[in-house]
Design a protein around this ligand. Sequence first.
Ligand SMILES: Cc1cc2nc3c(=O)[nH]c(=O)nc-3n(C[C@H](O)[C@H](O)[C@H](O)COP(=O)(O)OP(=O)(O)OC[C@H]3O[C@@H](n4cnc5c(N)ncnc54)[C@H](O)[C@@H]3O)c2cc1C
Length: 511
Amino acid sequence: MGVVIVDSTAVLVVGAGPAGLAVACGLLQHGVSVRVVDEAHGPATTSRANILHARGVEVLNRLGALGDLRDRAVSGTKMTIHLGGRPVATVRFGKVEGAQLSALLVSQAEIEAQLGRRLAELGGGVEWNAALVGATRDDAGVTASLGTGEAVHAGWMVGCDGAHSTTRKEADIGFPGAPVTDQWLLADVHADWDVDRTGSMGWYHRDGLFFAMPMREAAGSENLWRLMCDISLSEDERLDDQEILDRFRRLLPERTGLTDVRILDTSWTSVFRIHRRLADQYRSGRILLAGDAAHIHSPFGGQGMNTGIGDAENLAWKLALVVRGRAHDLLLDTYEAERRPLAEDVLRNTTANTRLMVSEGRLMRFLRDRVMTPLSNLPAVQRWATNSASQLWVSYRRGPLAGPGSRMGRRPRPGDRVPDVACRRSDGSATRLHAELGGHWVLLVPDAADEAPVTSVRKRLGEYVTVLHFEGRQDEVRLVRPDAHLAWRGRPDSGRLDRWLDDALQQGRAL
Ligand SMILES: Cc1cc2nc3c(=O)[nH]c(=O)nc-3n(C[C@H](O)[C@H](O)[C@H](O)COP(=O)(O)OP(=O)(O)OC[C@H]3O[C@@H](n4cnc5c(N)ncnc54)[C@H](O)[C@@H]3O)c2cc1C
């Protein structure tokens, strides 16, 4: 069948998982037209991720996609660890100091549904049954061939098509890495189990690990659990749903010591091996990658979807400025420069944690059982665990937009995330900083600031800028990026803000 180019669009997003939907919402918030295609027949009904950490909650809030997820979440993000069948430690993922929002135990399917709802509200939608099968590039953009026979010409293409990304292959970007552990079995099961549902549970056993996490269904039933355990399977061994359920029925009493649990049925099963892989590049000309297409790693710690949603937010405002002709495409190189080092950290930490948890060898097991597990009861360790899982600490201080002075001086420094603070609009009405971000930059100015910084920011960034006043130093202005990171701070009367804007937008770095 010959292909016909039926459309030209600013950005084609491939994949409607959390990363693709978040990129699309972000672009539309910035006034950029977008098409989203996905090879699946429709929205996912089963769920891989179950934890949305505080940073992910913040991003969804800025995108206007948080909806009622807080009401739908299972309360209590704690994990009780058992050794020899006895509870020996409880790690509580509490509130991060100074943060307004905390982690939610909520299913990926519900998160995707909220992002889809927001996408529709912004005038977008997902084209299902539309797989990317090939792509060619020219100076003006990318022509994507879809499985439907259609060819779509777009100025830019963002591949959010997951671990086996066709976009990444078409862009000829390497994805080096290695397996981390043997296979894992997963089943979401309904179970008669008279146990506290305000947290997850893990059992360390000499034959392997066993995890149980409470889940909530749309119907509101209170007996859905996610079960996971590690096992050894030969290369050619395949298990169907019933065989996986039978394994869990056998392994649950063996590894937990509990005999009064009745597993009734399953709504989803999976067998997977944990890999860590990182794309060599996040950008090749007019093709960009985000989410699992760019990085995969252990699911323990719940960082994958959160990192992908963070990629999406970082990329969307930059790509929007380029598409709208307000920035040179060099700005897009800062996306990789800011986000790839974070993914390297996530890969390193999740791999180390997973290896420690699985603990092959006596020394590792001793470390896990006798050192790390007792330590995890300490409130200071729990605060640290909550904070590091939250990704609220993420800073681009070492990135190209932060500039040479960013490692000194008062916090927040350029590149740091700016906490949510109370602000006032020009008419005196109260608001909060994060509520005004998302689709907009915010310029925080002193009460009696002159118009110069406002004029220079509007001249370069256009209408997507909001000017606010805050209770802070009255001798400086702060420019906050749409993703809540500090772009620049300094005296209102200096020409350095103009210079930062020109360097950042036209050269992709602050000099
Ligand atoms: C067991 C498990 C538990 C996890 N728990 C957590 C957790 O608690 N918290 C967390 O943050 N992360 C968790 N993760 C990771 C998380 O699920 C992923 O990181 C996340 O789904 C990645 O989102 P994405 O949008 O990048 O890709 P995906 O969710 O994989 O979406 C990719 C989309 O692209 C589509 N697609 C693929 N190929 C094509 C093509 N050629 N053309 C068009 N469309 C295509 C697919 O249909 C799909 O809709 C977990 C993972 C696993 C396996």
